[in-house]
Design a protein around this ligand. Structure first.
Ligand code: PLP
Length: 443
């Protein structure tokens, strides 16, 4: 009997006892290809010798020093590295323990920025439907996933949600990308007009949408229009790259492909690659300066922020990615993965869309390709595929559809950046068998 409260109380999970490269090994000796990097976390795979060595060195030096008393070489070196590689304008790093904490900190930074600047009337946060920003109450309030929010609604701060940018589901059949980008962005413009631009703190969005909708990239120029609207009203743009960032889409930051700069950016999963829990907020110089020239402090903090073991792990992960030129492999294997998925599922009657960037890809499953009608979500097709995939020795990250048909079930793939062409082939073969098994069960 387990004393752990698991995600699902009735689940009997295999016990992970080892990891090697892109595989995890359970207690029975069974191997699983980690084709989802857990939840887009394990960018370097498992058991990497350089990260293990860096962690040992850090443990031998100092494991923990409270940031109210000390800084550490590990935290300083990681911040330096992150800012060297950051989009222009981002000047400082705030280190926390994960994605939700990073989003919470970014929201509070944005609010305090306007208090420091003498605009305390700014109080509204705008985000998008079909988004996910974390499970703590502030981050959950920002997210636009109705299913996750519903039972906690009375506890959530007031936030506002506008249209997502989701071409497969919302772009008209004859609508150009430019027209669709304008229409999707207009939803923010309308909301700002309703609330009064001078009352809005920030717009929060995932650059490439992850868990909720499944590797959904923006159409060209959408974020340029969003940046323009934010600038016109003095609203801060917070990009949440917790899942899509740190190399996952083929560039270190997904926003590099959008030609704009955020005011604040959150990163987490691929930052430490799962070797330690870590997240970060990268903040613009204007925000740092407002604090430095104002109250002189950011009124926030956590006991484990800037943790040296976490920083040392993240620094080692990022050094290996750069040294081994792994982003080139993300781009090359991303193309191979997309091509293999297209060859396997391009004509499949129940696969409506194959999308994503780099090694961040998804297929969306539909009952009818023509109408894009999703499967009844109570059939839990995504969970059936996950179970069948585990039986095949494959980890994938599936999510369910919505009753209103806003999206279908999808399966997200986010393999480690070290994946090879042969391994990509095996992933798609196993996924094909798991999809067929899931579909058979509900036929
Ligand atoms: N933001 C995004 C875009 C995410 O995908 C996630 C997690 O999936 C989070 C925030 C929350 O991160 P964490 O689970 O580390 O708290």
């Amino acid at each position: 009997m387990t004393r752990l409260l698991h995600r699902q109380t009735a689940s009997a999970l295999p016990v992970a006892v080892g990891g090697e490269g892109i595989e995890l090994i359970d207690k029975t000796g069974k191997r699983y290809i980690d084709a989802s990097g857990g939840a887009a976390v394990s960018c370097l795979g498992h058991g990497h010798p350089d990260v293990r060595a860096a962690l040992h060195r850090q443990l031998d030096q100092i494991a923990y020093a409270h940031t109210g008393f000390f800084t550490t070489d590990a935290a300083e070196a990681l911040a330096e590295r992150l800012i060297n590689d950051a989009p222009e304008g981002l000047s400082h790093v705030y280190l926390v323990s994960g994605g939700s904490e990073a989003v919470e900190a970014a929201l509070k930074m944005a609010r305090q920025y306007f208090v420091e600047k003498g605009e305390p009337q700014r109080r509204h946060i705008i985000a998008r439907r079909q988004s996910y920003h974390g499970n703590t109450l502030g981050a959950l309030a920002a997210g636009g996933n109705e299913w996750r929010r519903r039972q906690f609604q009375p506890l959530l701060i007031e936030t506002h949600h506008v249209d997502p940018c989701f071409a497969y589901r919302h772009q008209g059949p004859t609508e150009s990308d430019a027209d669709y980008a304008a229409r999707a962005a207009r939803s923010l413009e309308d909301k700002v007009a309703e609330l009064g631009g001078e009352n809005v703190i920030a717009f929060v969005a995932e650059t490439v949408v992850g868990a909720t909708a499944g590797a959904v990239p923006p159409v060209a120029d959408y974020f340029k229009r969003i940046r323009e609207i934010c600038d016109r009203h003095g609203i801060l743009l917070i990009l949440d790259e917790v899942m899509c960032g740190m190399g996952r889409t083929g560039t270190l930051h997904a926003v590099e492909q959008e030609g704009i700069r955020p005011d604040l950016m959150t990163v987490a999963k691929g930052l430490g690659g799962g070797y330690q829990p870590i997240g970060a907020v990268l903040l613009g110089g204007h925000i740092h300066d407002a604090f430095a020239q104002g109250s002189g402090f950011f009124q926030h903090g956590h006991t484990y922020m800037g943790h040296p073991m976490a920083a040392a792990a993240a620094l080692a992960v990022q050094q290996v990615i750069a040294r081994d030129n792994l982003l080139a492999n993300v781009r090359a294997m991303g193309t191979v993965l997309h091509d293999r998925l297209t060859a396997q599922f391009g004509n499949h009657p129940n696969v409506g869309d194959i999308r994503g960037r780099g090694l961040f890809r998804a297929i969306e499953l539909v009952a009818d390709r023509g109408t894009k009608a999703p499967f009844d979500p109570t059939l839990k097709l995504n969970a059936r595929i996950k179970k069948a995939a585990m039986a095949e020795g494959l980890m994938v990250y599936p999510m369910g559809g919505t009753i209103d048909g806003a999206r279908g079930d999808h399966v997200l793939l986010a393999p480690p950046f070290i994946v090879t062409e042969d391994q990509v082939g095996t992933i798609v073969d196993r996924l094909a068998r798991a999809v067929e098994a899931g579909l058979q069960e509900i036929a």
